[in-house]
Design a protein around this ligand. Structure first.
Ligand SMILES: [Mn+2]
Length: 475
Protein backbone atom coordinates (compact mmCIF):
# COMPACT_ATOMS: atom_id res chain seq x y z
CA UNK A 1 0.00 0.00 0.00
CA UNK A 2 1.30 3.45 -0.79
CA UNK A 3 2.22 5.21 2.40
CA UNK A 4 4.04 8.49 3.09
CA UNK A 5 4.22 8.23 6.89
CA UNK A 6 7.84 7.02 6.82
CA UNK A 7 8.76 9.82 4.39
CA UNK A 8 7.08 12.45 6.56
CA UNK A 9 8.58 11.09 9.79
CA UNK A 10 12.12 11.42 8.42
CA UNK A 11 11.81 15.05 7.38
CA UNK A 12 10.98 18.41 8.95
CA UNK A 13 9.33 20.80 6.48
CA UNK A 14 10.88 23.72 8.35
CA UNK A 15 14.38 22.38 7.70
CA UNK A 16 14.40 20.83 4.22
CA UNK A 17 13.31 22.25 0.84
CA UNK A 18 12.02 18.82 -0.19
CA UNK A 19 8.36 18.65 -1.22
CA UNK A 20 5.62 17.35 1.07
CA UNK A 21 2.36 15.98 -0.21
CA UNK A 22 -0.32 13.42 0.40
CA UNK A 23 -0.84 10.11 -1.28
CA UNK A 24 -2.69 11.23 -4.38
CA UNK A 25 -5.55 8.73 -4.40
CA UNK A 26 -7.09 10.45 -7.40
CA UNK A 27 -3.93 10.25 -9.51
CA UNK A 28 -4.12 8.05 -12.58
CA UNK A 29 -1.87 4.98 -12.49
CA UNK A 30 0.96 7.11 -13.84
CA UNK A 31 3.97 6.19 -15.93
CA UNK A 32 6.60 8.78 -15.08
CA UNK A 33 9.97 8.00 -13.59
CA UNK A 34 12.92 10.07 -12.41
CA UNK A 35 16.54 9.23 -11.61
CA UNK A 36 18.12 11.72 -9.22
CA UNK A 37 21.85 12.00 -8.67
CA UNK A 38 22.16 12.41 -4.93
CA UNK A 39 25.45 13.61 -3.50
CA UNK A 40 24.70 12.64 0.09
CA UNK A 41 27.18 10.99 2.49
CA UNK A 42 27.76 8.64 -0.43
CA UNK A 43 26.93 9.39 -4.03
CA UNK A 44 24.00 7.29 -5.23
CA UNK A 45 21.20 7.42 -7.77
CA UNK A 46 17.60 7.44 -6.59
CA UNK A 47 15.29 5.72 -9.05
CA UNK A 48 11.63 6.58 -8.50
CA UNK A 49 8.52 5.29 -10.25
CA UNK A 50 5.12 6.94 -10.21
CA UNK A 51 2.61 4.32 -9.00
CA UNK A 52 -0.69 4.46 -7.11
CA UNK A 53 -0.36 8.14 -6.17
CA UNK A 54 3.21 8.00 -4.79
CA UNK A 55 6.76 7.42 -6.03
CA UNK A 56 8.13 3.92 -5.35
CA UNK A 57 11.88 4.28 -4.80
CA UNK A 58 15.21 2.50 -4.89
CA UNK A 59 18.64 3.97 -4.08
CA UNK A 60 21.21 2.50 -6.46
CA UNK A 61 24.78 3.28 -5.31
CA UNK A 62 26.39 2.66 -8.70
CA UNK A 63 23.49 3.83 -10.84
CA UNK A 64 21.50 1.79 -13.35
CA UNK A 65 23.71 -0.65 -15.28
CA UNK A 66 24.68 0.38 -18.82
CA UNK A 67 24.50 -3.19 -20.12
CA UNK A 68 23.20 -6.62 -19.18
CA UNK A 69 25.48 -8.39 -16.71
CA UNK A 70 25.95 -8.70 -12.97
CA UNK A 71 23.09 -7.25 -10.91
CA UNK A 72 23.77 -4.20 -8.72
CA UNK A 73 22.57 -3.38 -5.24
CA UNK A 74 19.33 -1.35 -5.17
CA UNK A 75 18.12 -0.43 -1.69
CA UNK A 76 14.33 -0.15 -1.52
CA UNK A 77 13.56 3.16 0.23
CA UNK A 78 10.39 4.77 1.54
CA UNK A 79 7.64 5.98 -0.80
CA UNK A 80 8.01 9.64 -1.81
CA UNK A 81 5.28 12.15 -2.74
CA UNK A 82 4.64 12.69 -6.46
CA UNK A 83 5.98 16.25 -6.17
CA UNK A 84 9.44 14.71 -5.74
CA UNK A 85 9.52 13.95 -9.51
CA UNK A 86 10.66 17.51 -10.09
CA UNK A 87 12.72 18.07 -6.96
CA UNK A 88 16.32 19.20 -7.21
CA UNK A 89 18.28 21.31 -4.79
CA UNK A 90 20.28 21.31 -1.59
CA UNK A 91 19.14 19.29 1.41
CA UNK A 92 20.87 20.97 4.37
CA UNK A 93 23.76 19.15 6.01
CA UNK A 94 22.59 17.27 9.09
CA UNK A 95 19.11 16.63 7.68
CA UNK A 96 18.05 13.22 6.37
CA UNK A 97 19.74 12.78 2.96
CA UNK A 98 21.73 16.00 3.39
CA UNK A 99 23.57 16.97 0.19
CA UNK A 100 22.78 18.07 -3.33
CA UNK A 101 20.15 16.40 -5.49
CA UNK A 102 20.02 16.91 -9.25
CA UNK A 103 17.75 15.35 -11.84
CA UNK A 104 19.90 12.94 -13.81
CA UNK A 105 17.15 11.70 -16.08
CA UNK A 106 13.39 11.50 -16.32
CA UNK A 107 10.82 10.09 -18.69
CA UNK A 108 8.14 7.44 -18.93
CA UNK A 109 8.17 3.73 -18.21
CA UNK A 110 6.22 0.60 -19.06
CA UNK A 111 5.56 -2.22 -16.60
CA UNK A 112 6.17 -5.81 -17.61
CA UNK A 113 5.72 -7.21 -14.11
CA UNK A 114 5.14 -5.61 -10.70
CA UNK A 115 5.03 -7.79 -7.55
CA UNK A 116 6.35 -7.56 -3.99
CA UNK A 117 9.52 -9.38 -5.01
CA UNK A 118 10.07 -8.43 -8.62
CA UNK A 119 9.55 -5.32 -10.73
CA UNK A 120 10.32 -5.49 -14.45
CA UNK A 121 10.12 -2.22 -16.39
CA UNK A 122 11.21 -0.56 -19.62
CA UNK A 123 12.50 2.99 -19.15
CA UNK A 124 12.25 5.66 -21.82
CA UNK A 125 14.41 8.57 -20.67
CA UNK A 126 16.97 10.80 -22.37
CA UNK A 127 19.98 9.10 -20.82
CA UNK A 128 18.59 5.70 -20.01
CA UNK A 129 16.51 3.73 -22.46
CA UNK A 130 16.12 0.02 -21.82
CA UNK A 131 14.69 -2.88 -19.81
CA UNK A 132 15.48 -3.40 -16.15
CA UNK A 133 14.40 -5.84 -13.47
CA UNK A 134 14.49 -5.02 -9.76
CA UNK A 135 14.25 -8.15 -7.56
CA UNK A 136 14.53 -8.98 -3.91
CA UNK A 137 17.92 -10.35 -2.89
CA UNK A 138 17.53 -14.00 -1.86
CA UNK A 139 20.39 -14.64 0.57
CA UNK A 140 19.58 -14.57 4.29
CA UNK A 141 22.49 -12.19 4.91
CA UNK A 142 20.70 -9.40 3.15
CA UNK A 143 18.68 -6.71 4.77
CA UNK A 144 14.99 -6.92 3.84
CA UNK A 145 15.41 -3.62 2.00
CA UNK A 146 18.20 -4.95 -0.19
CA UNK A 147 17.09 -5.56 -3.71
CA UNK A 148 19.14 -5.98 -6.86
CA UNK A 149 18.74 -4.35 -10.25
CA UNK A 150 19.83 -5.88 -13.51
CA UNK A 151 19.66 -4.67 -17.05
CA UNK A 152 17.90 -7.04 -19.45
CA UNK A 153 18.45 -7.55 -23.12
CA UNK A 154 16.27 -5.20 -25.11
CA UNK A 155 14.53 -7.83 -27.25
CA UNK A 156 11.03 -6.91 -26.08
CA UNK A 157 8.60 -5.29 -25.90
CA UNK A 158 9.79 -2.63 -28.35
CA UNK A 159 10.44 -4.03 -31.83
CA UNK A 160 14.18 -3.84 -32.50
CA UNK A 161 13.72 -1.92 -35.73
CA UNK A 162 11.81 0.88 -34.07
CA UNK A 163 14.30 0.99 -31.23
CA UNK A 164 17.33 1.53 -33.43
CA UNK A 165 15.50 4.24 -35.36
CA UNK A 166 14.54 5.93 -32.08
CA UNK A 167 17.88 5.45 -30.30
CA UNK A 168 20.61 5.41 -32.93
CA UNK A 169 24.27 5.33 -32.00
CA UNK A 170 26.00 8.03 -34.03
CA UNK A 171 29.59 9.15 -34.57
CA UNK A 172 29.95 12.89 -33.96
CA UNK A 173 33.32 14.56 -34.33
CA UNK A 174 35.15 11.35 -33.39
CA UNK A 175 32.91 10.62 -30.40
CA UNK A 176 30.31 7.90 -30.22
CA UNK A 177 26.96 9.05 -28.85
CA UNK A 178 23.64 7.33 -28.41
CA UNK A 179 20.68 9.55 -29.19
CA UNK A 180 17.27 8.83 -27.73
CA UNK A 181 13.58 9.62 -28.20
CA UNK A 182 14.21 11.52 -31.42
CA UNK A 183 10.48 11.79 -32.14
CA UNK A 184 9.64 13.38 -28.81
CA UNK A 185 8.10 16.82 -29.38
CA UNK A 186 10.06 19.50 -27.53
CA UNK A 187 8.07 22.32 -29.17
CA UNK A 188 4.63 21.91 -30.71
CA UNK A 189 5.21 19.77 -33.84
CA UNK A 190 9.00 20.08 -33.46
CA UNK A 191 10.71 16.80 -32.49
CA UNK A 192 13.97 16.50 -30.60
CA UNK A 193 15.61 15.41 -33.86
CA UNK A 194 15.09 18.96 -35.21
CA UNK A 195 16.62 20.52 -32.10
CA UNK A 196 19.71 18.30 -32.43
CA UNK A 197 19.87 19.09 -36.14
CA UNK A 198 19.82 22.85 -35.49
CA UNK A 199 22.57 22.71 -32.88
CA UNK A 200 24.71 20.51 -35.14
CA UNK A 201 24.33 22.94 -38.04
CA UNK A 202 24.95 26.10 -36.04
CA UNK A 203 27.90 24.60 -34.13
CA UNK A 204 30.72 26.14 -36.19
CA UNK A 205 29.37 29.62 -35.49
CA UNK A 206 28.16 28.99 -31.94
CA UNK A 207 31.15 27.11 -30.47
CA UNK A 208 33.52 30.14 -30.32
CA UNK A 209 30.91 31.94 -28.17
CA UNK A 210 30.79 29.03 -25.71
CA UNK A 211 34.52 28.20 -25.51
CA UNK A 212 35.87 28.52 -21.98
CA UNK A 213 32.52 29.58 -20.52
CA UNK A 214 31.04 27.38 -17.77
CA UNK A 215 27.45 26.92 -18.89
CA UNK A 216 24.16 27.14 -17.11
CA UNK A 217 21.70 24.93 -19.00
CA UNK A 218 17.93 24.91 -19.15
CA UNK A 219 16.60 21.39 -19.70
CA UNK A 220 13.09 20.58 -20.91
CA UNK A 221 12.86 16.76 -20.83
CA UNK A 222 9.19 16.77 -21.79
CA UNK A 223 9.12 19.88 -23.97
CA UNK A 224 8.55 23.58 -23.38
CA UNK A 225 5.05 23.13 -21.94
CA UNK A 226 6.22 20.74 -19.19
CA UNK A 227 8.35 21.31 -16.07
CA UNK A 228 11.97 22.28 -16.75
CA UNK A 229 15.03 22.75 -14.62
CA UNK A 230 18.38 24.50 -14.54
CA UNK A 231 21.39 22.24 -14.73
CA UNK A 232 24.75 23.55 -13.63
CA UNK A 233 26.45 20.24 -12.97
CA UNK A 234 28.06 17.91 -15.47
CA UNK A 235 27.20 15.02 -13.15
CA UNK A 236 29.31 12.07 -12.06
CA UNK A 237 28.34 10.06 -15.14
CA UNK A 238 29.21 12.60 -17.83
CA UNK A 239 31.36 11.13 -20.61
CA UNK A 240 35.10 11.23 -19.80
CA UNK A 241 35.90 13.25 -22.90
CA UNK A 242 33.53 16.10 -22.05
CA UNK A 243 35.24 19.20 -20.64
CA UNK A 244 33.99 20.36 -17.26
CA UNK A 245 35.41 22.81 -14.78
CA UNK A 246 34.81 23.26 -11.06
CA UNK A 247 34.05 26.89 -10.21
CA UNK A 248 31.87 28.74 -7.70
CA UNK A 249 28.16 28.42 -8.44
CA UNK A 250 26.65 31.56 -9.95
CA UNK A 251 24.19 32.74 -7.35
CA UNK A 252 26.06 31.35 -4.37
CA UNK A 253 27.35 33.90 -1.92
CA UNK A 254 31.05 34.17 -1.06
CA UNK A 255 31.84 31.33 -3.45
CA UNK A 256 31.15 28.75 -0.78
CA UNK A 257 29.38 26.43 -3.22
CA UNK A 258 30.99 25.03 -6.32
CA UNK A 259 29.69 23.01 -9.20
CA UNK A 260 31.31 21.04 -11.96
CA UNK A 261 30.14 23.02 -14.98
CA UNK A 262 30.09 21.77 -18.55
CA UNK A 263 32.23 23.77 -20.98
CA UNK A 264 31.20 23.22 -24.58
CA UNK A 265 34.14 23.25 -26.96
CA UNK A 266 33.24 20.58 -29.46
CA UNK A 267 30.34 19.53 -31.61
CA UNK A 268 29.83 16.24 -29.76
CA UNK A 269 29.16 18.03 -26.46
CA UNK A 270 26.60 20.28 -28.12
CA UNK A 271 24.82 17.26 -29.62
CA UNK A 272 25.05 15.40 -26.28
CA UNK A 273 23.32 18.34 -24.54
CA UNK A 274 20.66 18.71 -27.24
CA UNK A 275 19.90 15.00 -26.80
CA UNK A 276 19.32 15.69 -23.08
CA UNK A 277 16.69 18.24 -24.17
CA UNK A 278 18.87 21.18 -23.20
CA UNK A 279 17.23 23.97 -25.18
CA UNK A 280 18.85 27.08 -23.70
CA UNK A 281 22.55 27.77 -23.16
CA UNK A 282 23.42 30.61 -20.76
CA UNK A 283 26.97 31.98 -20.49
CA UNK A 284 28.88 34.17 -18.03
CA UNK A 285 30.76 37.21 -19.42
CA UNK A 286 34.12 35.62 -18.57
CA UNK A 287 36.09 32.52 -19.42
CA UNK A 288 38.36 30.00 -17.80
CA UNK A 289 41.77 29.50 -19.38
CA UNK A 290 43.25 26.16 -20.46
CA UNK A 291 44.23 25.48 -16.82
CA UNK A 292 40.66 26.11 -15.57
CA UNK A 293 41.65 29.44 -14.01
CA UNK A 294 38.86 32.04 -14.00
CA UNK A 295 39.75 35.13 -16.07
CA UNK A 296 38.51 38.71 -15.73
CA UNK A 297 35.44 39.51 -17.89
CA UNK A 298 36.07 39.76 -21.64
CA UNK A 299 32.59 40.94 -22.63
CA UNK A 300 30.35 43.75 -21.53
CA UNK A 301 26.60 43.06 -21.79
CA UNK A 302 23.41 45.10 -21.57
CA UNK A 303 20.18 43.18 -21.28
CA UNK A 304 17.29 45.31 -22.54
CA UNK A 305 14.12 44.07 -20.94
CA UNK A 306 10.77 45.47 -22.12
CA UNK A 307 8.37 46.48 -19.34
CA UNK A 308 4.62 46.06 -19.61
CA UNK A 309 3.24 47.84 -22.66
CA UNK A 310 6.56 47.84 -24.56
CA UNK A 311 8.13 45.37 -27.02
CA UNK A 312 11.40 44.39 -28.60
CA UNK A 313 10.92 47.29 -31.02
CA UNK A 314 11.13 49.75 -28.11
CA UNK A 315 14.25 47.84 -27.01
CA UNK A 316 15.73 48.50 -30.47
CA UNK A 317 15.40 52.27 -29.98
CA UNK A 318 17.21 52.07 -26.63
CA UNK A 319 19.84 49.73 -28.12
CA UNK A 320 20.73 52.48 -30.61
CA UNK A 321 21.38 54.88 -27.73
CA UNK A 322 23.48 52.27 -25.89
CA UNK A 323 25.45 51.86 -29.11
CA UNK A 324 26.12 55.59 -29.40
CA UNK A 325 27.51 55.77 -25.86
CA UNK A 326 29.71 52.70 -26.36
CA UNK A 327 31.03 53.82 -29.75
CA UNK A 328 31.94 57.20 -28.25
CA UNK A 329 34.03 55.25 -25.72
CA UNK A 330 35.87 53.33 -28.43
CA UNK A 331 33.93 50.06 -28.08
CA UNK A 332 32.41 47.98 -30.87
CA UNK A 333 28.90 46.96 -29.73
CA UNK A 334 26.94 44.05 -31.27
CA UNK A 335 23.13 43.78 -30.99
CA UNK A 336 21.06 40.59 -30.79
CA UNK A 337 17.54 39.58 -29.96
CA UNK A 338 17.16 37.68 -26.71
CA UNK A 339 14.89 35.28 -28.58
CA UNK A 340 12.41 35.88 -25.80
CA UNK A 341 10.97 39.40 -25.40
CA UNK A 342 13.98 41.71 -25.38
CA UNK A 343 17.44 42.37 -26.75
CA UNK A 344 21.05 42.34 -25.68
CA UNK A 345 23.99 44.52 -26.67
CA UNK A 346 27.49 43.11 -26.09
CA UNK A 347 31.02 44.41 -26.66
CA UNK A 348 34.48 42.90 -26.28
CA UNK A 349 36.45 44.69 -23.56
CA UNK A 350 39.63 44.39 -21.55
CA UNK A 351 39.42 45.00 -17.79
CA UNK A 352 41.78 44.35 -14.90
CA UNK A 353 39.11 44.01 -12.22
CA UNK A 354 36.01 41.77 -12.36
CA UNK A 355 33.75 44.54 -11.02
CA UNK A 356 34.61 47.04 -13.77
CA UNK A 357 32.12 45.92 -16.42
CA UNK A 358 29.20 46.11 -13.98
CA UNK A 359 30.23 49.58 -12.80
CA UNK A 360 30.58 50.92 -16.35
CA UNK A 361 27.29 49.34 -17.50
CA UNK A 362 25.49 50.78 -14.50
CA UNK A 363 26.85 54.20 -15.44
CA UNK A 364 25.46 53.84 -18.98
CA UNK A 365 22.05 52.66 -17.74
CA UNK A 366 21.78 55.55 -15.30
CA UNK A 367 22.84 58.03 -17.97
CA UNK A 368 20.06 56.87 -20.33
CA UNK A 369 17.51 56.83 -17.51
CA UNK A 370 18.45 60.42 -16.59
CA UNK A 371 18.10 61.56 -20.21
CA UNK A 372 14.67 59.94 -20.74
CA UNK A 373 13.19 58.85 -17.41
CA UNK A 374 9.84 58.09 -19.05
CA UNK A 375 11.22 55.43 -21.40
CA UNK A 376 14.24 53.96 -19.57
CA UNK A 377 14.82 52.62 -16.08
CA UNK A 378 18.05 51.33 -14.57
CA UNK A 379 16.18 49.83 -11.61
CA UNK A 380 15.10 46.20 -11.39
CA UNK A 381 11.82 46.82 -9.46
CA UNK A 382 8.99 45.40 -11.59
CA UNK A 383 6.44 48.07 -10.65
CA UNK A 384 8.74 50.79 -11.97
CA UNK A 385 9.14 49.20 -15.39
CA UNK A 386 5.68 49.74 -16.87
CA UNK A 387 5.99 51.49 -20.24
CA UNK A 388 9.80 51.50 -19.97
CA UNK A 389 12.82 49.53 -21.06
CA UNK A 390 14.84 48.21 -18.16
CA UNK A 391 18.53 48.52 -19.08
CA UNK A 392 19.79 45.62 -16.97
CA UNK A 393 23.47 46.23 -16.26
CA UNK A 394 23.60 43.64 -13.45
CA UNK A 395 24.18 40.67 -15.73
CA UNK A 396 27.83 41.71 -15.84
CA UNK A 397 28.05 40.39 -12.29
CA UNK A 398 30.44 37.43 -12.51
CA UNK A 399 27.85 35.22 -10.78
CA UNK A 400 25.26 35.83 -13.53
CA UNK A 401 24.68 34.45 -16.98
CA UNK A 402 23.03 35.67 -20.19
CA UNK A 403 21.57 33.61 -23.00
CA UNK A 404 24.26 32.80 -25.59
CA UNK A 405 23.95 34.08 -29.16
CA UNK A 406 22.38 31.41 -31.40
CA UNK A 407 20.86 29.59 -28.40
CA UNK A 408 17.32 28.36 -28.86
CA UNK A 409 14.75 29.71 -26.43
CA UNK A 410 11.93 27.79 -24.83
CA UNK A 411 9.41 29.72 -26.90
CA UNK A 412 7.70 29.18 -30.18
CA UNK A 413 6.54 31.80 -32.67
CA UNK A 414 4.89 31.17 -36.02
CA UNK A 415 5.17 27.41 -35.49
CA UNK A 416 8.94 27.34 -34.88
CA UNK A 417 11.31 27.70 -31.93
CA UNK A 418 12.74 31.18 -31.41
CA UNK A 419 16.49 31.88 -31.39
CA UNK A 420 18.64 34.56 -29.78
CA UNK A 421 19.70 36.14 -33.06
CA UNK A 422 22.57 38.58 -33.80
CA UNK A 423 21.46 41.62 -35.83
CA UNK A 424 23.01 44.37 -37.93
CA UNK A 425 22.65 47.94 -36.67
CA UNK A 426 20.77 48.71 -39.89
CA UNK A 427 18.17 46.11 -38.92
CA UNK A 428 17.92 47.57 -35.41
CA UNK A 429 17.34 51.06 -36.80
CA UNK A 430 14.80 49.89 -39.38
CA UNK A 431 12.75 47.61 -37.12
CA UNK A 432 9.11 48.68 -36.72
CA UNK A 433 7.38 45.37 -35.97
CA UNK A 434 8.01 42.55 -33.51
CA UNK A 435 7.95 40.02 -36.33
CA UNK A 436 10.96 41.72 -37.97
CA UNK A 437 12.93 40.84 -34.83
CA UNK A 438 11.67 37.24 -34.48
CA UNK A 439 13.79 34.47 -35.98
CA UNK A 440 13.44 30.71 -36.37
CA UNK A 441 16.32 28.20 -36.55
CA UNK A 442 15.94 28.10 -40.37
CA UNK A 443 16.12 31.92 -40.52
CA UNK A 444 19.28 31.93 -38.41
CA UNK A 445 21.05 29.28 -40.50
CA UNK A 446 20.20 31.24 -43.68
CA UNK A 447 21.50 34.47 -42.12
CA UNK A 448 24.79 32.81 -41.18
CA UNK A 449 25.11 31.47 -44.72
CA UNK A 450 24.62 35.00 -46.07
CA UNK A 451 26.44 37.17 -43.52
CA UNK A 452 28.59 34.94 -41.31
CA UNK A 453 28.74 35.65 -37.57
CA UNK A 454 27.29 39.10 -36.88
CA UNK A 455 28.41 38.70 -33.26
CA UNK A 456 32.10 38.09 -34.04
CA UNK A 457 33.18 41.51 -32.74
CA UNK A 458 31.73 40.65 -29.31
CA UNK A 459 34.39 37.93 -29.20
CA UNK A 460 37.04 40.48 -30.06
CA UNK A 461 37.45 39.05 -33.56
CA UNK A 462 38.60 41.50 -36.20
CA UNK A 463 39.08 44.32 -33.70
CA UNK A 464 41.68 45.41 -31.17
CA UNK A 465 40.12 44.60 -27.81
CA UNK A 466 39.62 48.03 -26.18
CA UNK A 467 40.27 48.96 -22.55
CA UNK A 468 37.02 49.79 -20.78
CA UNK A 469 36.83 53.35 -19.45
CA UNK A 470 35.91 53.77 -15.77
CA UNK A 471 32.63 55.51 -16.62
CA UNK A 472 30.87 56.46 -19.87
CA UNK A 473 32.48 59.59 -21.32
CA UNK A 474 29.07 60.88 -22.41
CA UNK A 475 28.06 61.07 -18.72
MN1 LIG B 1 18.84 9.55 -1.91
Amino acid sequence: MPDLSEYNAKRDPARTPEPFGEVDGAAPTGDRFVVQEHHARRLHYDVRFERDGVLVCWAVPKGLPDRPGAPRLAVHTEDHPLEYLEFHGEIPAGEYGGGSMTIWDSGHYEVEKWSDREVAVTLHGERVDGRFVFFKAESGDHDAKDWLVQRRKSDAPTPARDKSAQSPRVAVGGRSLRLSNLDKELYPDVPKASVIDYYARVADTLLPHLAGRPLTLRRFPDGIAAPWFYEKNAGAKAPDWMRSVTVPTPGSSRGTTTANFIVVEELATLVYLANLAVLELHVPQWRVDADDVVQTPDELVFDLDPGEGTTVVDCARIAQRVRDVLVADGLEPCPKTSGSKGMQVSAAVRVDDPGRTSAYAKGVAELLARETPRSVTSVMAKERRRGKIFVDWSQNNTAKTTVAPYSLRARAANGAPTVSTPLTWDEVEAAQEVRELTFSPADVLARIEADGDLYAAALGEGITRPDLPGAPAAG
